[in-house]
Structure formats: structure tokens, C-alpha cells
Design a protein around this ligand. Structure first.
Ligand code: A3P
Length: 295
């Protein structure tokens, strides 16, 4: 089945999930060609859950020896999506050849893939997964604004209805998050499951947690020299949003500014009616019932 998404773009339903016209063939190609390495780190989200922020934080954290936090840092020149590309969108069969070091040495990459569509080697290797999700109502509102930038003519009410029915890129968002949540409970050393709201509330704590999870602990010396605050400052919403590259640069589908809107928790209150909020809450409660997950 397919559904109109925005402009002339469609989403296609495959194995229970709605996928984009480039995403679907990308994921299928990865399934048969991609060989994950034990050192790989995969950042997984559904759109609008804080992907850009997570990419920035992880790029700064994982590459801090190669790129110390100073005025020449790559994040000051390039959008986080250019530094940590989506695996399903940036691959071509030639680049997937394991002999191609220009691709393989890039050990930090990202995906919106549902768990069940990941290449088998991602799960069977030592590759680590960081999953970030976000309050569903905020995701919905954020996504509506993003799609407007992409040129959707759909009204908010129509968009909301589709979102509730699970029709959004990599949706249903509940099923996406729940699969990773369950897997993270079984394999906590493999999947670190985080929430946008937690990151906002305790960014320093979570940065250290991320460092520990990927095996590059922040040393006492680094801590004393203020590394945690430096990374958080570099990757903060205000700092990234005001960089020229993020104000005026362009990515594959849209201007980079589209990835920086408000960066707040609870903005849904300004857009959803009481009935809309209730409808989303009900779906969330139903989908997550008995699993101990709350968004
Ligand atoms: P809002 O639309 O609610 O402002 P994604 O990166 O997955 O596309 O998610 C985009 C959302 O993350 C947007 O939310 C955006 O403003 C917010 N965001 C982007 N960069 C951020 C940052 N450095 N810190 C916090 N939130 C950020």
C-alpha cells in the first residue's frame, strides 16, 4: 500500500512500517550488502525525535581526540546530518563493498530504520545502537512544521489524522519505539534507549552515559578541563541554529534551518486541541500498555 505524504512524495507500507521512496530501497540494499563492524555506532530515531542533536553530540563525543572542541571543529562548518549521514540514504552498492575504506572507516552512522529491517549484521556484530525517542505529541507537532518546510499542502488536521493512523515516515512511531525498547531491555549493553526530554533535563549526565556506553569514558582530566560543558555548548540548540551553515546551508531535501525550530519540551500545548491530545495519549497508552514505556 502507498499513501500520499507531502508534495508528490509517497510513503510505502513494508513489513508493518511506512517508509519513504528513497528509504525503502536503501534499507533493502543494506539488508543484503551491509556488514556492520564491531566498532560501529548506529544512532536510531524516528524523524523529529532529536536526531540532529544526537548526531551533533555523538560526533563531538566520539571524535574528540581527532577533533578537539575549538574554533575549527567540523560542527561549526557542517550540518550534523552531513557529518553523520543516514545509512539508508547515503549508500550505493559500490560504497557498501567492505573493501571501500572511505565508507567503512566512518564508524558513526544513523538510521530511521525499524528494528526488524536492520541488516542482520548490525544485530549479530558488536555494533552499538543508541536509540532516541521523544514525547509523541511533540513529535507530531514538530513533524507537521517540518513537512510544511518540505512543501506539504496537507492541513494540520489531516496530517494529525494520518499520524494517529501510523502514517508518518518510519511510522507507526509507537511500534518503532516499542521494538527498540523491548530489545534494549533484553540487551542493555547493545542498545541504549534514551528520551529527548531526559537529554534536555540532564544533558551532562546523559553525555557521560553515552561516553560510557560507547566505551570512551570521559576521563577525570577531561572532566576537570570542562569537556562536558564544551560539548554541550557546541551542540546546544542556540549555538547550532545560529551558525551560518545551519541558517543558510542546504541538505538533500531541505534547508538546514528546517532542523532547528524551537527545541523545547511541551510545544504541543500550543497546537493540539484537547481532543487531539487525548486521542494521541490514548493510542500511546494502548500501544505501550504493559511494557513500562511512557512517552
Ligand atoms: P521542534 O520542532 O520541536 O523544535 P530531528 O533532528 O529528529 O529532525 O528533530 C528536530 C527537532 O529537534 C526539532 O524540534 C528541533 O528544533 C530539535 N532540535 C534540533 N537541534 C536541537 C538541539 N541542538 N537541541 C535540542 N533540540 C534540537
Amino acid at each position: 500500500p502507498k499513501e500520499r505524504w507531502y508534495g508528490s512524495a509517497y510513503l510505502y507500507k513494508y513489513k508493518g512500517f511506512w517508509l519513504g521512496p528513497n528509504q525503502l530501497p536503501g534499507l533493502i540494499t543494506l539488508q543484503s550488502h551491509f556488514q556492520a563492524q564491531d566498532t560501529d555506532i548506529l544512532l536510531i530515531t524516528t524523524p523529529k525525535s532529536g536526531t540532529t542533536w544526537l548526531k551533533a553530540l555523538m560526533f563531538a563525543l566520539a571524535n574528540r581526540k581527532e577533533y578537539p572542541i575549538n574554533q575549527n571543529h567540523p560542527l561549526l562548518q557542517q550540518n550534523p546530518h552531513a557529518l553523520v549521514p543516514f545509512m539508508e540514504l547515503s549508500v550505493s552498492p559500490e560504497k557498501l563493498n567492505p573493501a571501500d575504506h572511505s565508507y567503512r572507516c566512518r564508524q558513526l552512522f544513523s538510521s530511521h530504520s525499524p528494528l526488524r529491517l536492520l541488516p542482520e549484521s548490525v544485530l549479530s556484530s558488536g555494533c552499538k545502537i543508541v536509540y532516541l525517542c521523544r514525547n509523541i505529541k511533540d513529535v507530531c507537532v514538530s513533524y507537521w512544521h517540518f513537512n510544511k518546510k518540505l512543501g506539504t499542502e496537507t492541513s494540520f488536521e489531516e496530517f494529525f489524522d494520518m499520524f494517529c493512523k501510523g502514517v508518518s515516515l518510519s511510522g507507526p512511531v509507537w511500534d518503532h519505539a516499542l521494538d527498540y525498547w523491548k530489545e534494549s531491555l533484553e540487551k542493555p549493553e547493545k542498545i541504549l534507549f534514551l528520551k529527548y526530554e531526559g537529554l534536555k533535563e540532564k544533558p551532562g549526565f546523559h553525555l557521560k552515559l553515552l561516553a560510557e556506553f560507547i566505551g570512551c569514558l570521559i576521563s577525570p582530566d577531561e572532566e576537570r578541563s570542562g569537556l562536558v560543558d564544551e560539548i554541550l555548548g557546541l551542540c546546544s540548540f542556540d549555538n547550532l541554529r545560529n551558525l551560518d551553515v545551519n541558517k543558510y546551508g542546504r541538505g538533500r531535501t531541505t534547508g538546514n534551518e528546517a532542523y532547528f525550530r524551537k527545541g523545547e519540551v511541551g510545544d504541543w500545548k500550543n497546537y493540539l486541541t484537547e481532543e487531539m491530545a487525548e486521542r494521541l495519549d490514548q493510542i500511546t497508552a494502548q500501544k505501550f500498555h504493559g511494557y513500562g514505556l511512557n512517552l
